[in-house]
Structures are given as C-alpha cells and as structure tokens.
Design a binder for this molecule. Structure first.
Ligand SMILES: [Zn+2]
Length: 224
C-alpha cells in the first residue's frame, strides 16, 4: 500500500516524510504541538487507478524502470480506457479489454470534459478501432519496436483527431509533449519516495518559489 508523502517546513528546510515526526530532523526542535511555519502539505501522487478513469491514455511503467530517468517508450505498457474504465491494450495476442490490472498507472486525459459529442461516441470508436485487421494477430504481427501497444494507442488517437478534422500527431511529438513530462514527474516522485523509505526524511533548503504541488526536488535533482 502506497503511503502519501508529506512536506513540512522548519528552520528554512523543506522536510519530506510519510508522517510528521515529533522533532525536526534538522534542528531537533519540537514539531508536534510546536509551531510550524506552515501546515504540512500532502504531495499528490503521479499515479492513478486507470479503471477509475475514462477516455485516458494509460501508461504503466515497468517496475525496474521507476528509479531511472525515462528516455523512451521501451518497457512501458500503454492502453486506452473506455467510458467505464475498461482498458483496451494491444499485445501479441491481439487487443485485450481489461477490467483489472491497471490500478497503478499514469493517466493522460484525451478528451476535454466539455466535448460531449466525443464522449458519447468514445466507446463505439474504441470498439470499432480495436476490431481493425491491423490489431488482429492472424493478419499482423506484433513487433516490439514498430507495431506495439503504443502504436495501437497513437493510431487510435490519430483516428479520433481525423474524425474531428484535426491533423495527426507524430510519434515523437506525442512522446515529447504528453508522455515524457509525466514520466519525469513519476521518476522524481519515485526517487523521493524511495529516499524517504530508506532514510525516513528528505531535507532540502527551502525553495520559496518552487510550487511543490507540481514539481518536487529530489535527492538526485535533475535538470529538465
Ligand atoms: Zn528545524
């Protein structure tokens, strides 16, 4: 069970931990009952339950991938959720429709909540697209590099864009603008999380201007 990361501030330090300690790990001053500079804040996890999403691209990072910087799409599983959280994803055996198994993944919303006409047709689009011969193992071979779970998602997104009269996204544009920023956040959060698991706290000089809800400094602070 994942714990949530809490940030609090004391003696000009940001302190990240799972629960507020009695004393400041930096100066030893009392925290509980003592005066904090501000109330502890929970950091939002970058992960969500894919089955509680609708119309999202879902990315499930492979476990051994979590601690390093993401450099591409290898070792990631991707799928698309329908209106009721069933995840359509393409593998060697064709398109699977999974009601479970995507409980911890990163979600990228594909439809704005006000696009009612798209929402109304989403399930039908997805169903019809999945039945295409491109994804039928009898007609087309799955290929690790060129014809994989990500091809399925990108081509589906492009078919929706085409139906909306919009131009398609290239693979590179999609990876760089939608996926990599999310995966960088996952990587930072995971590094921070693992540091807290090992050392109980992560301390860093207080950053007045850092909006901690969106970006978090981590032990291996990486430049973007
Ligand atoms: Zn202190």
């Amino acid at each position: 069970m994942e714990q949530s990361v809490v940030r609090l501030t004391h003696c000009q330090k940001d302190i990240f931990c799972f629960s507020v300690p009695d004393n400041c790990p930096h100066c030893g001053g009392a925290l509980r009952g003592g005066r904090l500079q501000e109330a502890p804040v929970s950091l939002p996890s970058p992960f969500s339950n894919g089955h509680k999403t609708s119309c999202c691209l879902l990315i499930a990072p492979a476990h051994d991938n979590l601690s390093r910087e993401f450099d591409g799409m290898s070792d990631l599983h991707t799928g698309i959720s329908n209106m009721s959280g069933v995840v359509y994803n393409y593998t060697r055996s064709g398109v699977g429709k999974q009601p479970t198994g995507w409980e911890r993944c990163v979600s990228v919303p594909l439809v704005r909540p006000d696009m009612f006409h798209l929402l109304a047709q989403w399930d039908q689009y997805l169903e019809r697209f999945s039945e295409g011969s491109l994804w039928d193992p009898a007609w087309h071979r799955f290929d690790e590099d060129d014809h994989n779970c990500f091809s399925f998602c990108l081509q589906f997104i492009n078919s929706v864009l085409a139906a909306e009269g919009r131009s398609p996204l290239s693979r590179d544009a999609f990876i760089h603008s939608f996926i990599l920023p999310k995966m960088r956040r996952v990587s930072k959060y995971t590094t921070l999380y693992q540091h807290i698991q090992r050392h109980r706290y992560y301390l860093v000089d207080r950053q007045e201007d850092t909006p901690v809800t969106t970006e978090t400094r981590t032990p291996n602070d990486q430049r973007d």
